[in-house]
Design a binder for this molecule. Structure first.
Ligand SMILES: Cc1cc2nc3c(=O)[nH]c(=O)nc-3n(C[C@H](O)[C@H](O)[C@H](O)COP(=O)(O)OP(=O)(O)OC[C@H]3O[C@@H](n4cnc5c(N)ncnc54)[C@H](O)[C@@H]3O)c2cc1C
Length: 379
């Protein structure tokens, strides 16, 4: 590699902005000369225990995983605000000759918007709790401290990826335009799953250590709630499977346990997030909707183990949606994100600004076809 392609400090080379492109502010490739991290001035002799040394060397990953995951909250706030407002102003005709109705009147449009609002409320509370534990709870075992970051990351990734994909899809063609911000949020959320430790690999390590009993994560404070029962059931099933497998590095563990470890971490996180929101006094309708969404994410388990069938789950979700919907405006406004939303799809004036800014090509051709007089933009 030449200097043109590398950042360098004191003879150490790392990929420069050319390689890391727009994510270079995340993948920081410069380290100040006066940075006295013991890692950089560590003893170069081979350590007695390579694994312990390696884990010590990367211990800051937990902090990075926690910190980086937090930006999923403003991504979701911005996306839901933009799609929520768009869905209120975009109208379609109800049948031939019918009146025009905003698309927010359709339950299919309400679903991703209202679920996202519920997730944001709960994630905000979970973030406050987890960052406080991480920074201020000196009694926390280092493994658990790292574990909390992994748990938060897994839950934020799941909510972020699912909600952004659904919000983008429900925005039609508008969701594709880079100007409308959401495609960038989706890409950055994906990056969050990889940077500071790939989320699946982090989950595998944490869940395996919990199953092996190396340490325990903070237990449920509301053991009777649905999400706590789910967490307990998932972990105890995996513990049973694990008992029959002699070694967590063998092929059986690979085939039978590995695929269930990320869902296990998410189950723990959903319960923790719910409790954090309950303790923080999050709006009860939003909390009920979050719970309904979490149940939906592992619908079959609740049906098999708690006897809550599809119809009951659907009814619970429907009631929670009905309770949140009348306060949609209030919930959107309370996000406080509008000043940060640059998406032109937010209003017809902004969209007109984009249309007016593109070059106009003129000619003298004439095209006419039935309905040509009613060619209002669908966008
Ligand atoms: C925005 C961004 C910023 C970054 N910044 C930095 C930085 O500042 N410093 C730095 O050192 N690195 C940085 N990285 C690199 C990052 O840490 C790695 O990309 C990440 O750890 C994943 O490694 P990989 O890309 O080699 O993927 P791989 O390890 O090749 O993973 C590919 C797939 O294999 C799976 N896999 C890998 N190992 C296992 C396993 N043991 N068991 C099961 N499945 C497995 C993964 O789940 C994944 O699906 C950054 C990455 C991104 C995206």
């Amino acid at each position: 590699m030449t200097e043109a392609y590398c950042g360098s400090f004191d003879g150490i080379h790392s990929p420069s902005a050319h390689l890391t492109s727009r994510y270079q502010d995340v993948a920081s490739d410069t380290i100040p000369h006066d940075y006295e991290d013991p890692l950089l001035i560590a003893d170069l002799r081979k350590p007695a225990n390579l694994r312990v040394q390696y884990l010590a060397a990367i211990h800051r990953l937990g902090t990075g995983a926690l910190a980086l995951s937090l930006w999923v909250i403003p991504f979701l706030k911005c996306a839901v605000y933009v799609v929520g407002r768009y869905s209120q102003r975009r109208t379609v005709q109800e049948g031939a000759g019918g009146k025009r109705v905003p698309i927010i009147s359709f339950r299919t449009q309400q679903l991703p918007i209202l679920h996202c609002l519920a997730q944001i409320a709960v994630m905000d509370a979970f973030a406050d709790w987890a960052t406080d534990q991480h920074s201020n709870n000196k009694a926390l075992h280092p493994g658990i401290k790292h574990g909390l970051a992994v748990i938060l990351k897994a839950v934020f990734l799941q909510n972020g990826q699912a909600s952004l994909a659904n919000l983008i899809e429900r925005s039609g063609a508008q969701g594709m335009y880079p100007h409308n911000q959401m495609a960038a949020f989706e890409s950055l959320t994906r990056a969050t799953g990889i940077a500071e430790g790939e989320v699946l690999v982090l989950s595998i390590r944490l869940a395996t250590e919990v199953l092996l009993g190396r340490y325990s994560i903070p237990e449920a404070t509301q053991p009777g709630c649905f999400l706590a029962q789910h967490e307990k059931g998932i972990i105890s099933d995996l513990r049973e499977t694990n008992k029959m497998i002699s070694n967590h590095r063998n092929d059986e563990y690979n085939r039978h346990v590995l695929p269930h470890l990320r869902p296990m971490v998410i189950a723990i996180g959903q319960r923790m997030a719910y409790e954090a929101a309950l303790n923080a006094g999050v709006d009860k309708d939003l909390l009920a909707l979050y719970e309904a969404g979490a149940i939906k994410s592992d619908s079959v388990w609740y049906s098999e183990h708690l006897g809550i069938g599809r119809a009951d789950q659907s009814q619970k979700e429907c009631e929670a949606l009905d309770a949140v919907l009348p306060r949609l405006d209030e919930h959107l406004e309370s996000l406080g994100i509008e000043p940060y939303c640059t998406a032109p799809m937010l209003s017809s004036d902004r969209w007109k600004g984009i249309v007016d800014a593109v070059p106009t090509l003129t000619g003298n051709g004439e095209a006419t076809f039935p309905g040509a007089e009613n060619m209002d933009s669908k966008l």
